[in-house]
Write a protein that binds this ligand. Structure first.
Ligand SMILES: *Cc1c(COP(=O)(O)O)cnc(C)c1O
Length: 445
């Protein structure tokens, strides 16, 4: 019988060296499909050849999100401590759903959750759980909100009122829940309470599942007027969910905290460590002001779960739409322990500083122009004289030659360029390199 033996321990040493080397010298990707993947066969090719295929074929064809010039989308740049913890977590085959099985692993995740709760200014009794992504965090929070509304007042509310810049995942969550999204405010502009009040005044509060506000809209980094919005929800008894999946990390920068004021009054908050908090994919947190409500909404009950669900247990499985789960908070904890929280403050501030540098450079260069005042670490700008086709061709060109990943987006109906800085290893030189390629000609589109 095949026993899945390790066969070749040396492979593990090579993996360790590879982890270290790739960080010291990030390599631009090779096109996908350039080399053939080994076939799946009846007898298998063994661990050595498989490792070689991973190292030389699969992985080099992806544009790594921790490359210093991965500036499209919101990437992720895990710390070495987080990577080691993530690898060990897989190797240890940890079931992260219950205290019974995971022991101190759950305790470590709880420390990481506590740090996030403290960061947003949540009180002692707040709690949450790490889930696979911001999308699942938003869904879990909205299901919790609906549970609370139904428990309190009966009926079945069907409307999610969301700031116009709300991430697509909220619409997806609404679809799963059979709810309708009512958009308020203007896309890519911070939402204010007067706009929200005007909409809520026309609704029966019993029909509203929750209000969703943004703390760092994905397209622009804009932060809604959270304090006003929280007050507006509070007086109506409506659940407020704040989506800080990308932007929440900026709470660590003392100079930026004021912009988030009011987030501590949200009933639930999403924040993604796999975006701007240096954790491997996938890791998002959903945090609750009153975790008992989340537990009531999500805890699964069955005879085969009775052993893990005794009344005193605090099981991560209970706070979101999942059961079996990766203990994905462990890399967050390990990296916090290894690097200390000051390093996180520095790293976030570094990203903000490079974003500011980029904005300043763009203002000084005659062929470039800032589109809207930058928020957090997102910079939107245009290349004078270029069209959407030029942007696409340019983006494809610099991706193909391995220089950078930068993609266009749309702002106020106009195709523009967007840079998003979430990697502390991105330098001002990287910014200059990218901006330089916009100097010359229009690309051959
Ligand atoms: C990225 C993002 C999400 C979705 O998170 P995933 O981890 O990609 O599922 C939700 N909201 C905001 C504001 C985001 O930036």
């Amino acid at each position: 019988m095949h026993d899945f033996a390790l066969q070749d321990r040396q492979v593990l040493g090579e993996l360790a060296s590879w982890i270290a080397d790739r960080r010291d010298a990030p390599v631009p990707p090779r096109p996908a499909g350039a080399a053939a993947l080994p076939e799946v066969t009846g007898s298998g090719i063994g661990i050595r050849a498989t490792w070689a295929a991973l190292r030389d074929v699969l992985l080099p064809s992806s544009f790594p999100t921790d490359h210093p010039r991965y500036l499209a989308f919101v990437g992720g740049s895990p710390t070495p401590a987080a990577v080691i913890a993530d690898a060990a977590l897989s190797a240890a085959a940890v079931y992260g759903g219950s205290e019974l099985e995971a022991g101190d692993v759950v305790a470590a995740e709880r420390v990481a959750i506590r740090w996030l709760c403290d960061t947003i200014g949540y009180p002692e009794q707040s709690h949450g759980v790490f889930v696979a992504g911001g999308s699942l965090a938003n869904l879990s929070a909205l299901v919790t909100a609906r549970h609370q509304r139904v428990t309190e007042r009966g009926g079945m509310p069907g409307i999610i009122v969301a700031s116009a810049s709300t991430h697509s995942s909220v619409r997806a969550a609404a679809g799963i829940m059979g709810c309708q999204v009512l958009s308020v405010g203007t896309p890519d502009r911070p939402l204010h309470a007067d706009e929200l009040t005007a909409v809520l005044d026309g609704l029966d509060p019993d029909d509203v599942v929750a209000v969703v506000a943004n703390a760092g809209a994905t397209n622009t980094g804009a932060i809604d007027a959270l304090r006003e919005i929280a007050e507006c929800c509070e007086v109506r008894g409506i659940w407020l969910h704040v989506d800080a999946a990308y932007g929440g990390a900026a709470l660590l920068a003392p100079g930026r905290r004021a912009e988030f004021d009011g987030i501590q009054h949200a009933d639930s908050v999403t924040i993604d460590p796999h975006k701007w908090l240096f954790t491997p994919f996938d890791c998002a947190a959903v945090l609750y002001l009153d975790p008992a409500i989340a537990r009531a909404a999500h805890q699964q009950r069955a005879v085969y779960l009775e052993a893990v669900e005794d009344d005193g247990a605090d099981n991560p499985a209970d706070y979101a739409a999942h059961l079996t789960r990766r203990a994905r908070g462990v890399p967050v904890w390990a990296s916090l322990v290894a690097n200390g929280t000051d390093a996180y403050v520095d790293a976030v501030e570094q990203c903000l500083a490079v974003a500011e540098y980029a904005a300043k450079q763009i203002e000084t260069l005659p062929h470039l122009e800032i589109v809207t005042e930058p928020h957090l670490s997102v910079v939107l700008f245009r290349r004078r004289g270029w069209t959407a086709e030029h942007y696409s061709a340019w983006s494809a060109e610099i991706q193909a030659n391995g220089l950078a990943l930068v993609t266009p987006t749309t702002f106020d109906g106009e195709s523009v360029l967007r840079l998003c800085f979430v990697n502390p290893l991105t330098s001002t030189d990287d910014v200059d390199l990218v901006l330089k390629t916009l100097e010359c000609h229009a690309p051959n589109g």
